[in-house]
Design a protein around this ligand. Sequence first.
Ligand SMILES: [Zn+2]
Length: 182
Amino acid sequence: MDKNQKIPGEKIALIEEYLPGENTFEDNDTIRASTIGRVNLDSNEKIASINKQTQITVPKVGDVIIGVVEANLPSMIAIMIKYINGKKVVAGLECICVTRHMRKKNIALAKDVVKAEIINHINGTIHASIDSQELGVLFTKCRKCFGTVVKMRDAVKCKDCGWIDDRKLSLNFGKSEFLNQN
Ligand SMILES: [Zn+2]
């Protein structure tokens, strides 16, 4: 995510350095964003403001998102959000999903499509969970040959090379109409 892009509540400047401008609010000695957008620090007028980007939708706690895995790290996955509650979003925001408590090696791979629920926003980072049964991987490919996989209990098996791999699968895995399900 663009580091100049702020989400509501995120710190953009200090009161002793700037005056709060458009789309901001004061919080003790801090100026914070009240909307999503790019930060604009006017050093002549000493005004800190946010240029609103109306096309960006920030998911709320409890919203269900569908996104594409950007990074697959040992204890978390980063997901680029593509749909919020079944509605396509234009500009992408990323959310983080902690996976270290799951006893699986390959929770989700980069480029997998996953369904997740937003659980909180902390310090400008959107956190999501894929713990519930209906959440998790909706679409994945074989890690060895990128072939098509089919579900086998809670794992996937490649139709081409036979490789069996674990994933945190959603109950909706393999259902092509998953985008219409909230
Ligand atoms: Zn394969």
